[in-house]
Ligand binder design. Structure first.
Ligand code: SF4
Length: 290
């Protein structure tokens, strides 16, 4: 069995940057206790490493309820947050370590600028996803969020308002194109910004091209990770022998009986050591016969 490893598998630049920033923290020098808003990366090994460094996870609700002095430092993940978190942290005298990916910041700024210009903002993204919530908050929570084709019908276009369209950085490229076309047909003057990150775009394009050229596909990532889930869905549509795993323990030998070529890809939040373990285990299945 030939193992083809995706050239894009593993941490994207934004996640790598956030992980490096947090790993390099001199925790003795910053106010404690130290919390991280959500998960730095959707991976239990990384979460464990972060916790070993004395950093605990806090959710949005608990952060909102916290009183002054209960949090010393708050780490913002690569997904970013809305401006209210920064305002609240300032009020509660909390030090902020901001690891928001610069590509996410770009979309946040677009939402902010066009909201101030009184545009109608259409955001193509997953409702409830942290990045989408953050971008929407920068746009004063006025964005219409489009997550699926069924949402197209709900779009009402006001004659007096200009329209700006942007997307979650990890959005499905095909869905974004469909949404773009729909909006352009309704309003040819809509200003459309392709804000899907290149890391996401490249991974999706590679899977589309390679899915049928391999007998089986392994996608490594967390079910909580939007970009990993999207990668799995794209691959599964093209190749039914696609499996979504979090780590090597979840690999099943029977999947590879008679398989000549297997493609291994991974979401942007999957650490390299998890990918290496999967490839190592797959190597043991190389000689499986029909
Ligand atoms: S997927 Fe792209 S936008 Fe998202 S964190 Fe990674 S580099 Fe940044």
């Amino acid at each position: 069995m030939k193992i083809n490893l995706s050239q894009f598998a593993g941490f994207c630049d934004g996640v790598r940057r956030a992980y490096k920033m947090v790993s390099a923290l001199d925790v003795a020098q910053i106010p404690k206790p130290i919390y991280i808003l959500g998960s730095l990366v959707h991976n239990p090994d990384v979460i464990k490493k972060v916790e070993e460094n004395g950093i605990q996870k806090i959710d949005y609700k608990k952060f909102l309820k916290s009183k002054e002095g209960e949090i010393g430092t708050l780490i913002i993940t690569a997904h970013g947050v809305g401006p209210e978190i920064f305002q609240m942290a300032k009020k509660k005298k909390i030090k902020i370590i901001d690891t928001t990916c610069p590509k996410v910041i770009k979309v946040q700024r677009l939402a902010q600028i066009f909201s101030k210009r009184n545009y109608e903002i259409i955001l193509i993204g997953d409702k409830g996803h942290r990045e989408v919530e953050g971008i929407n908050a920068w746009g004063e929570k006025k964005a219409k969020i489009i997550s699926a084709e069924k949402d197209f019908k709900k779009l009402k276009f006001s004659k007096n308002k200009k329209i700006a369209v942007m997307s979650q950085t990890t959005q499905d490229v095909n869905f974004f194109e469909k949404a773009k076309e729909f909006i352009k047909n309704k309003n040819s003057h809509a200003e459309i910004f392709s804000t899907i990150c290149l890391a996401t775009h490249d991974r999706q394009e590679e899977i589309k091209k390679m899915a049928k050229k391999n007998d089986a596909i392994i996608i490594i990532g967390s079910k909580e990770s939007a970009n990993s889930t999207r990668l799995f869905e794209i691959a599964k549509e093209k190749n039914p022998k696609t499996y979504f795993i979090e780590n090597s323990k979840q690999l099943e030998k029977k999947w590879f009986v008679g398989v000549e070529k297997v493609l291994v890809s991974a979401g942007a939040s999957t650490p390299s050591w998890v990918i290496e373990e999967v490839v190592e285990k797959l190597n043991k299945y190389r000689s499986l016969k029909n």
